[in-house]
Design a protein around this ligand. Sequence first.
Ligand code: HEC
Length: 286
Amino acid sequence: MENLKQRKRLLSIAGVIAVFIFISIQFTGPKVANPAVKNTFKGPAAVEQIFKKACYDCHSNETDLAWYDKIAPISWKVANDVANARSRFNFSQWNDLSEAEQETKLWYIVNMIGQGKMPLKSYVALHPSARVSKEELALLKTFVISYSAEKAMKKKGLKVVTMHNETDIKLQQPVALNGVAYSGDYKNWEVISTTNRFDNGTMRIIYGNAITVKAIKEGRINPWPEGSVIVKVVWNKSAEDENGEVRTGDFNNAQFMVKNSKKFKSTEGWGFARFSGQKLLAYGKM
Ligand code: HEC
């Protein structure tokens, strides 16, 4: 009996000591501070959004830690990872890098994500929403490819000038058979992405209405909110002019995607339409 009592006492003393040590270490070790953001990375909204959710906790001065990241000893590893990650590259100081360094880094970034090395596995285990999906990786690749292509054209002395030849488009509002109407309003919207197709000689600009842009910024795109409208405008490329500049040439077509779950129930909640050529002819006979 005596023996059992003694053992219980020893155990509770050990417990008190453990709690004391746990509390004490909370006051030790490195802490993460957020220095000023000076030359932050700027890109299409969708690209920025992926980097923000997946990389910014470590590779930026906008580290936003969860409560469990701040508990020692986890906090020691987190602080160490952040310091190490910022020393490699820091999105908040992106424009301190030369253009060539930025381009190399962007490819490195896409490769690290593609190989599953970034974001760090230990981090994704605790922050599952930071995982970069296949679709997001594809979007980053498209972005980096067109970024590099533009740089290459610049190097050759070709200037890429993207213009909106809106004067060429007659102000009319055709409607596709499914009820999706053309509207030139997209010219006032935010550009959410751009792509080049050097294979078929077109340049594309993708616009989102206010609902779309807000959803991207808040990461609420699965599913996209009702009222989202995404417009992809395709321009032919002009031949080089005498200054070696390549511009968007003739308007080719505008593709609309409108989210309205009731109206477009049979096509998974989206209404699609394409308006082609100077006459903005709605595509399709059905
Ligand atoms: C939990 C912190 C953390 C997150 C989140 C994180 N990284 Fe890292 N990253 C690191 C650390 C630490 C290193 C350096 C050590 C290493 O290479 O393993 C690093 C290194 C890198 C490197 C190599 C840089 C160089 O020049 O050596 C690249 C590229 C990179 N990360 C990209 C990314 C991208 C892209 C994301 C988001 C998709 C991301 N990382 C998210 C911690 C992080």
